[in-house]
Design a protein around this ligand. Structure first.
Ligand SMILES: Cc1cc2nc3c(=O)[nH]c(=O)nc-3n(C[C@H](O)[C@H](O)[C@H](O)COP(=O)(O)OP(=O)(O)OC[C@H]3O[C@@H](n4cnc5c(N)ncnc54)[C@H](O)[C@@H]3O)c2cc1C
Length: 225
C-alpha cells in the first residue's frame, strides 16, 4: 500500500530515457473544490488508451526556463467508475506547477505527461482492515481508492477508516462526498476529521493530530492487538 522508491517519493524522476512514452491530455473542464483547490477533468489528446489504477499519479511535464520539469498529481478519479480521468491540484504558494494548474489553466488547454505511475494501489487480496491517514491534497489518491472500495463494493467485508487532517472544513477537499459515504456506508466506513483551525465546530473532529489522539482513534477502529 505504501509508495517506495526515490522517483515514486519525489514524483520528479530526472532520468528521462529515450524510450519513455509521453502522453498528451486536453483539459475538458475545471471544478473548484475548495478556495485553493481544483479538479481538472482530462481527455486524451493522443490516440493512446487511458490506463491507470486507483491510487496512481500522472507525472505532468512542463518546460520551464528551457528545462523539463515534472510534478506528480494523483488521480482523484476511479477508472472503473469515472468517464474521464481527473487530477485534483491544491495551490502551493509560489509553486510553479500548482499555480499554473489551479489559477491559469483553462478548458481546452493541453497538458503533457509521462505514463501514469505509482505503487499506492489496492492490494490483490482483501485485507482485514484498511486505515487511511491523509492530510490536505494527500486525500486525492485515497479518494480514488474510496470510490472503488465503497461505490464499487470492492473488498465488501473490509472495514475502512479514514483519518483526515486539514485547517478547517472549508479547506477540506471532497468533504461533501466523504460525508455522504459516511451516511451511506455506516457499517463499513468511518471518517475522523482533524481540524487545526476550525472556529465553530459541530463536526465530529478533533483539533490536533497528536500521536496519543491518533492512537486512541485507531484503537477504536482496529481489532485488539
Ligand atoms: C506521488 C505524489 C503525488 C502527488 N499528488 C498530488 C495531488 O494529487 N495533488 C496536489 O495538489 N499535489 C500532489 N503532489 C504534490 C505535487 O507533485 C507538487 O509537489 C506540488 O503541486 C508543488 O509543486 P509546484 O511546482 O507548484 O511547487 P514548486 O515550484 O516545486 O515549489 C514548492 C515550494 O518550494 C518553494 N520553492 C521553489 N523553489 C525554491 C527555491 N529555489 N528556494 C526556496 N524555495 C523554493 C516554493 O515557493 C513552494 O513553496 C504529489 C506529489 C507526489 C510526490
Amino acid at each position: 500500500m505504501f509508495q517506495t522508491g526515490g522517483a515514486q517519493k519525489s514524483g520528479r524522476s530526472g532520468n528521462l530515457t529515450g524510450m519513455e512514452q509521453k502522453r498528451h491530455w486536453r483539459i475538458i473542464s475545471k471544478k473548484q473544490e475548495t478556495p485553493d483547490t481544483v479538479t481538472l477533468h482530462l481527455e486524451p489528446a493522443d490516440d493512446l488508451p487511458v490506463s491507470y489504477r486507483p491510487g496512481q499519479y500522472l507525472p505532468i511535464i512542463r518546460t520551464l526556463n528551457g528545462r523539463e520539469e515534472r510534478r506528480a498529481y494523483s488521480f482523484s478519479s476511479c477508472p472503473e467508475l469515472d468517464n474521464s480521468p481527473t487530477i485534483t491540484v491544491k495551490r502551493v504558494p509560489n509553486g510553479r506547477f500548482s499555480n499554473w494548474l489551479v489559477q491559469e489553466s483553462q478548458a481546452g488547454d493541453l497538458l503533457r505527461s509521462a505514463a501514469p505511475a505509482g505503487q499506492f494501489v489496492l492490494p490483490e487480496k482483501a485485507p482485514g482492515h484498511l486505515v487511511y491517514l491523509a492530510a490536505g491534497s494527500g486525500i486525492t489518491p485515497v479518494f480514488s481508492h474510496l470510490k472503488k472500495l465503497l461505490e464499487l463494493n470492492h473488498f465488501p467485508k473490509t472495514p475502512v477508516a479514514l483519518f483526515y487532517a486539514n485547517r478547517d472544513s472549508a479547506n477540506t477537499i471532497f468533504k461533501k462526498q466523504i460525508d455522504q459515504w459516511v451516511r451511506k456506508f455506516p457499517a463499513r466506513f468511518s471518517c475522523t476529521y482533524f481540524l487545526s483551525r476550525e472556529k465553530l465546530s459541530n463536526m465530529r473532529c478533533t483539533t490536533i493530530w497528536a500521536t496519543p489522539c491518533l492512537k486512541r482513534c485507531c484503537c477504536r477502529h482496529l481489532p485488539a492487538g
